[in-house]
Design a protein around this ligand. Sequence first.
Ligand SMILES: [Zn+2]
Length: 187
Amino acid sequence: MQCPFCKVDNDRVVDSRVIGEGSSIRRRRKCLECDRRFTTYERIETSPRLVVKKDQRREFFNRDKILAGLRVACQKRDISESQIDALVGQVESDVFERYDNEVSTRAIGEYVSRRLRKLDSIAFVRFASVYREFHAVEQFAPLLSAVSAGADDDYYADDASAGGASNGSGPGANGGPGLDGFGGRLR
Ligand SMILES: [Zn+2]
């Protein structure tokens, strides 16, 4: 595997572990050239699913987009990268078990929300505010404006850097009264 730092292909696997209930393997590698460490993931190749967006445009299922959306939602929360990756693996399984060809962004968003909600309520609200249109969202504007700005119908934030959750005063600062309302809607 080519080292992401020095680009030399000369490494040693220092740790391997199964994640996502056996759906993938995470390998910690050490570059023998520059001595730095990096991580690779190995997973079973699955047939491509098409994701149908709200405007009926279709694109290939891309786990990296879910990952990017989740990273934004989970910023500054006590959630590790491996927990996020495991969650995406579970959502992949959810989708691949139930859909053969096409799946809507909304369905994927629901799967992600359901899993994320068990993990962290703040991250859940942030994620939900990005992918779903809540009629009540105005109520929570002060809390959610940072993350909902620029959001479209996507189930994942297309542009993770535009999430805005990086400023410390974001929705994470205060769970507020919104949680119950959102929870009820998604149940
Ligand atoms: Zn290197």
